[in-house]
Design a binder for this molecule. Structure first.
Ligand code: BDR
Ligand code: CA
Length: 338
């Protein structure tokens, strides 16, 4: 099987870091670059964190590019309350000093897509943060989008409530104008005709909960990796307890990576989706499930169901240890294993 070429656009971020750990260990993916955008933390901090993860995973061969440092229109609001001041749960791991992030994520994307357009070799994007880099790419180099194969975006929500307002999810709320521009590009641009944004929203990611018991099992199987995960998720667990009253943390971004590698992990439906940029519903993804706006092109594929157990087994086997026991993971998730 040929590995699928992909750029991971992210804002690490605790769950972005877990997503990167998974992505670099999936043989189904060929990561041509990691581009960083401001979101959970400023882009320069996010790039520092991406490099830390790559060093842990011994994948310093993957280049990291610095992207946009502010949203298109609105003032930047980080998510350090959720991810800690360092973006990695105040784990305070030292920065990598041997490699620096490269300049200009948007230029890198444009160059990569143009090359792909010429060679006919398609490149996909997994977007795990606000879509500011992608919106800038659409503004500066729309022709390059012919080289884009698929876009999987962790963001938005269909029926689930928001995590930044009653209706808005953070990535789309942080830069609603960027999200709107990207969704509209999939509605109007001829070079994206027939393509849809795969929206991995809160409807599915809320099902992916990493609990202290699962982390304990990680530590038993792979003490080094497990302890790193324990250290970076402690802050996230506290946040979830204070905010949502749950023992465990929702890890959104790794599901988008897993879905990119294995489509059978989530299912959903095609629909036209619009993004609101103003007022009390700023950042909301408005999904036209019942085709009120029949004339609109279905620019999105909305994922609504997922198999959390299968996701967790994949994460354990690829990131923690190939011998991780499925029945043990099921038991720790309160599931029956037959
Ligand atoms: C998204 O927002 C960020 O805080 C996470 O990294 C994830 O990408 C979830 O709403
Ligand atoms: Ca993220």
């Amino acid at each position: 099987m040929n590995a699928k070429k992909v750029i991971i656009d992210c804002d690490p971020g605790i769950d972005d870091s877990l997503a990167l750990m998974l992505a670099v260990n999936l043989s189904e993916l060929d990561i041509v670059g990691i581009t960083v955008v401001c979101g959970n933390v400023p882009a320069c901090k996010g790039a520092e964190n991406a490099l830390k993860v790559l060093e842990w995973m011994e994948r310093m061969d993957i280049p990291v590019y610095l992207g946009e440092e502010s949203p298109l229109v609105r003032d930047y609001v980080d998510a350090m309350d959720t991810h800690g001041r360092d973006g990695l749960g105040e784990s305070n791991y030292l920065p990598v000093t041997t490699v620096q992030p490269k300049q200009d994520a948007v230029r890198f994307m444009a160059k990569t897509f143009l090359q792909a357009k010429e060679t006919g070799e398609k490149i996909s994007v997994i977007a795990l943060g606000p879509m500011t880099n992608l919106a800038r790419l659409i503004e500066r180099d729309p022709d390059s989008l012919e080289g884009l194969d698929e876009l999987v975006s962790m963001g938005g929500s269909y029926k689930s409530h928001g995590n930044c307002s009653p209706v808005a999810e953070y990535n789309y709320w942080c830069d609603p104008h960027a999200a709107k521009e990207v969704y509209e590009a999939f509605e109007h641009l001829p070079q994206l005709a027939g393509k849809q944004i795969h929206m991995i929203g809160l409807d599915v990611t809320r099902k992916i909960v990493l609990t202290p018991n699962l982390i304990e099992y990680m530590c038993r199987l792979n003490p080094q990796m497990g302890e790193r995960i324990r250290k970076i998720t402690r802050f996230y667990l506290d946040f979830h307890w204070n905010q949502e009253g749950i023992i465990g943390c929702v890890i959104n971004d790794p599901l988008a990576v897993a879905y990119f590698a294995d489509r059978s992990l989530c299912s959903g439906f095609s629909a036209y989706t619009a993004i609101e940029t103003q007022g009390i519903s700023m950042g909301q993804s408005v999904v036209d499930r019942f085709e009120f706006w029949r004339e609109k092109r279905k620019n999105s594929y909305i994922l609504t169901k997922t198999d959390a157990l299968r996701f967790m087994i994949l994460f354990f086997k690829r990131v923690i240890h190939p011998d991780a026991e499925e029945s043990m993971i099921a038991e720790l998730m309160g599931r029956k294993w037959i």
